[in-house]
Design a protein. Structure first.
Length: 155
């Protein structure tokens, strides 16, 4: 329980590889998936975390091994945040950029498709923002967090 079955460097390398791999997978599925977790998305996240947990530690069942893997993931995450804060180009690669979904009352369908957002999802977000018609919108932006900001036209 308290003795490592693998080497610390092996656990660290595994943790970094899994962090990067899972990050890339989530980056590929798009912002909507991260910003708006539906129940099915939450279940997927839970299953993914469980499926990669043994990959991080290998056959490691010790408490120090688990703590070392968790610590490594926190350090990698902190380093990623620090690098993104210092270098806008890295932040752009990792986080992406906000995308216009609506400009001047016109829906940008190609961006919706690319972002896997349906017109129904967009309509629901517009209604949450007190908008009845798309024509009332100056612009709607899909933020890097997955949140959609809606700005109404001024009268």
């Amino acid at each position: 329980m308290w003795q490592l079955s693998g080497t610390p460097s092996e656990i660290i390398i595994r943790a970094v590889c899994i962090y990067v791999g899972v990050f890339v997978l989530f980056r590929l599925i798009g912002k909507k998936q991260i910003g708006e977790l539906a129940p099915v998305d939450f279940v997927l996240l839970m299953i993914i975390s469980e499926s990669v947990s043994r990959s991080i530690t290998g056959d490691e069942d010790s408490i120090p091994g688990g703590l070392l893997a968790a610590f490594t993931l926190l350090v990698v995450n902190y380093a990623t945040d620090t690098i993104m804060a210092r270098y806008r180009s890295v932040e752009k690669i990792i986080e992406g950029e906000p995308q216009f979904l609506i400009k001047d009352g016109r829906i940008l369908h190609s961006v919706l498709r690319k972002s896997t957002i349906t017109e129904q999802d967009l309509g629901a977000e517009l209604r949450r923002n007190g908008v009845d018609k798309v024509e009332e919108v100056a612009y709607a932006v899909l933020e890097t967090s997955g949140h959609i900001n809606v700005i109404k036209k001024t009268k």
